[in-house]
Design a protein around this ligand. Structure first.
Ligand code: NAD
Length: 466
């Protein structure tokens, strides 16, 4: 079995070697080349707009509007931001030089890493593969991209787009089953970086394989992102914003509020407001709603449905295996030892847990530390600061949920079990660049002080180096 997983068809190895040779020509490093590729990428994504919508509908029942906000439109906004700023990002950065090294000058140069591997998940299959690829191209790399096998319609359109724009020695699209394809590549070829988005469990496997060849990684993982609603929060707004993001893509979003911690004084009001919003956004029968997605496959469907037997249903809970539909559902009566509070839900079920004190809520959050995101709804700036300081997380929103990831000025990434490294906007460029430190020292000044014999120079060294 292991041998089968690790064996790699000769043509893939030849393709990987061709990528390395292409990178070594230096062609990908020029600003003009990078810009030209990004523009071609943009035009191809625009030209395939309808096919992208059809594919995402087939895989996840996403509406065109949702696709634009979270997939192709999101990606094009990142791309336009990159096009506007790339020249500036590529500039050599002059930095000051310390007294010890004067009159040397110092600068930081951004170099491409080389040949990178980008692995995507199925929940936002286009955006989560193409956005890191954009960063890799912007930084002057060659890339291998591996889509999830569980969103096959989108994978097929993405393959068409990539192969219509890029030569395969520059950007290589490798479809297939991750369990076989990825270990085979990583055991036979030394990538210069691996950028992985997906579950924490598979993230650990990727990390171990990368460590074998000391390959650096970015891990964009999952987790349980808590959403706290304080006693002074605007409940009407909190309900709207939590319902909107939690049930977007049928809850299959890495930064969806995983569970709500609401101050006990506001629980009833919040639950009623959320019920009203669910009905308003998705209708009495969300299965028929254009605004509501489906679960990706039967395996995920069975996993999510299993949570419905825990706690008390406050709203929802209908499902249909044939159409992979699970209704937006609110649950209470949850305890911390139930699997719904131990595992990432990644589906349209929202546990509502009430708390009396901040300590009590923090103790619940501490069971799943370092979430990918943390959300706090409060009207008080001091309360906001207290919560943000108390909960270490990848990112956070105040009086909002999930939208932080749509601002390319903000780094997007996790910490600890939710991942390491970050991207979006300039941070994508930085992730796929090496920062080379350069010092230039003139020859006209060369004091004897720096050279042996050193005896008797301690006092002056202490004056210069401190
Ligand atoms: P997954 O880990 O099952 O798969 C992701 C990728 O890994 C796929 O391309 C797959 O082919 C590959 N893969 C699967 N098993 C492998 C193995 N044994 N060896 C090598 N590669 C393998 O994840 P998923 O189910 O596609 O995505 C859902 C998870 O991803 C959730 O936990 C979610 O929170 C997380 N996620 C995180 C982010 C983020 O930005 N942090 C975004 C989306 C999803």
């Amino acid at each position: 079995m292991l041998t089968k997983r690790l064996s790699m068809p000769a043509d893939i190895l030849a393709n990987l070697t061709a990528l390395r040779q292409f990178f070594d020509t230096g062609i990908t490093k020029a600003y003009a080349y990078r810009k030209q590729q990004i523009l071609a990428f943009k035009n191809a994504v625009i030209a395939h707009e309808q096919e992208i919508y059809d594919a995402l509908y087939a895989d996840l029942k996403k509406s065109k509007e949702e696709c634009w906000v979270t997939e192709n439109g999101f990606f094009l906004a990142e791309l336009n931001d990159t096009l506007s700023n790339l020249k500036k990002w590529m500039e050599t950065e002059n930095v000051s030089t310390n007294l010890l090294n004067l009159p040397s000058s110092s600068r930081v140069m951004r170099e491409p890493l080389g040949v990178v591997l980008i692995i995507g998940p199925w929940n936002y299959p286009l955006q989560l593969l193409f956005t890191p690829l954009l960063g890799a191209i912007a930084a002057g790399n060659c890339a291998v991209i591996k889509p999830s096998e569980f969103a096959p319609a989108t994978a097929s359109v993405m393959q068409k787009i990539i192969e219509s724009v890029f030569p395969k020695e520059y950007i290589l699209f490798v479809p297939g089953d991750g369990v076989t394809v990825i270990p085979a590549m990583m055991h036979h070829f030394t990538f210069d970086h691996v950028f992985y988005t997906g579950s924490t469990a598979v993230g650990k496997i990727i990390y171990k394989m990368a460590a074998e060849r000391l390959v650096p990684v970015t891990l964009e993982l999952g987790g349980k992102s808590p959403c706290v609603v304080e006693s002074d929060a605007n409940i009407a707004i909190a309900a709207k914003r939590i319902v909107m993001t939690k049930f977007s893509n049928a809850g299959q979003m890495c930064v969806a509020p995983d569970y709500v911690l609401v101050h006990s004084s506001q629980k009833e009001k919040l639950v009623e407001a959320m019920k009203m919003r669910i009905r308003e956004y998705f209708g009495a029968n969300p299965e028929q709603s254009d605004n509501y997605g489906k679960i990706i496959n039967e395996k995920q469907f069975d996993r999510v449905v299993s949570y419905l037997s825990q706690g008390n249903i406050l709203y929802g809970s209908r499902y249909n295996k044939q159409s992979l539909f699970i209704e937006p559902t609110l649950i209470d009566g949850i305890s911390i030892d139930m699997s719904i509070m131990k595992e990432e839900i990644f589906g349209p079920i929202l546990p509502i847990v009430s708390f009396e004190t901040m300590e009590e809520a923090l103790a619940i959050i501490a069971y799943n530390p370092n979430p990918l995101a943390f959300y706090i709804f409060t009207a008080n700036t001091d309360t906001e600061k207290q919560w943000l300081a108390a909960v270490p997380s990848g990112g956070a929103c105040v009086n909002n949920a999930s939208w932080h990831l749509t601002n390319p000025e903000l780094p997007f990434g996790g910490r600890g079990f939710s991942g390491s490294g970050a991207y979006h906007g300039r941070y994508s460029f930085e992730t796929f660049s090496h920062r080379k430190a350069v010092m230039k020292t003139p020859t006209w000044f060369d004091p004897a002080l720096k050279y042996p014999p050193l005896k008797g120079k301690l006092r002056i060294f202490k004056m210069i180096i401190r």
